[in-house]
Write a new protein. Sequence first.
Length: 577
Amino acid sequence: MDETHSTLLLVDDDAMNRDALSRRLMRKGFTVLTADNGPRALAVVDTQRVDAVLLDVMMPEMSGIETLRRLRQSHSVSELPVIMLTAKDSTEDVVEALELGANDYVTKPIDFAIALARIRTQVAARRADPLTGLPNRVLFMNRLDRLVARRRTGAANPDAPARPAFAVLFLDVDRFKVINDSLGHLAGDELLIGLARRLERSLRSTDTVSRLASEPTLARMGGDEFTILLDGVSTPQHAAVVAERLLSVVVTEPFDLHGREVVISVSIGIVMSDDRYLGGDEMVRDADTAMYRAKAQGKARCVLFDTSMLAAAEQCLRLETDLRHAIKRHELKVHYQPIVGLTDGRLCGFEALLRWQHPERGLIPPSEFIPVAEETGLIVEIGLWVLREACRQMRAWHEAYPEYASLIINVNLSGRQCLQPTLVRDVAAILEETGLEPARLKLEITEGIVLDNSETVVTVLNNLRALEVQLGLDDFGMGYSALSYLRQYPFQTLKIDRSFVSSMEQNGNAEIVRAIVSMATGLEMDVTAEGVETEEQVTRLKTLQCEFGQGYYFYRPLASDQIEDILRVRKWIAAPC
């Protein structure tokens, strides 16, 4: 075991004992702090990070037992390993210490070999990740805090040498949940172990280490998150070179998981040392923020942190808090966008679209708050509310306007909703509660959800179809690889992504639309074009034999009372708004 970065606190009122034991431990590579009584020991662990405490039982002023009791009562160090140093005949003290939470004990006179083995066991248990064998969060933060403190000391002393530069990389596996859900947690664990070994090999390469002050520290922070400390990195460009190498080695070869080859990618956030940091936790926070920016930009990339990201993260936190209040305060509303037949302008149904009227910021676009709801899990509660409200409203329109009894309401399902084990039961309950005929409800999911969770989603979709609801594939065309798998899914409708509709005259997109319509016809599906905004687009879509459309050319999303006005006075919707 490498003790280079392990710090012990030796507490003994006997100066000779402290000196002799601390010297032998330092020769083994430990950093040893000392205290001659309990109060001083408590002060040390309050102000410095230590990995284990060697605590003498018999001391004046405050006994080792009382010192242990106070350590265990302190939230910040309650899990700190404590090894009691006790005389051979003090059995009662040993029993009391173990009952108070001591991790082990060593009897005096001390057998150094036994003491060393027990110290190493406690330090390793605290510092090693049990799955990968990598240093864990405690070890990583210990070393990072020291580097931050060293840099701050240099900043405070104008005569000190140049302040050392270093970088933190925060790495997260892209779509790791898909692997766990589809192959099982054992396969996920095997992947993490294989990834740890691959990252170690890359970081230990001569090209990487030769440019650093010391060997990089790779740690597992938990789940599928890893951190890397690069001591001696002087520029963001150097840190990015290391990160790009890691991105490359991860995707170069597939991982063999119980005979099944799986290719993964990772996203990496980078933060450079800076005098503004007071502790390592702040650097890790910013590296984590940069990692999430990398994921938002498309995953499988590295992003360097800048302070604007922190402001964005704080704004996101405020938005999450406000969104939780919005649910309780009924600030969320459902608007409805008509879907029409392109050949005759006949009203066919509506898509239910969520809107948030913030009391201070006004109307917040869904593109801003839906990702927050998805990430925090609030989307599950919100999604069920939208589904219930849309079904209730459509049933009310069917009753008030019998001539529109065939209209269909389209409601979007999020990725999180599709993976909820209660989804099918929830949909059935809402249909029964609102009285809406199942065939008058069409549930839409995006192509990305299908691609990311294919095995799980196909089961959910088949169960939903068993309820006799309709299913639509939204934003079709953005994940073109799904074409070969489309027969597996029980969809009745494809919705062509608005990006193809808006640029039909460019880059051959009209031919893509034609191919989608032709393929859908062969699979006995209907096609709806999203984002229709001009008469030219309508004419082109008709030529391509696309059946339905929705967009600003016909109507913007409208509140329910505005839809009421349309239903009362017009049976056909043919003219632009």
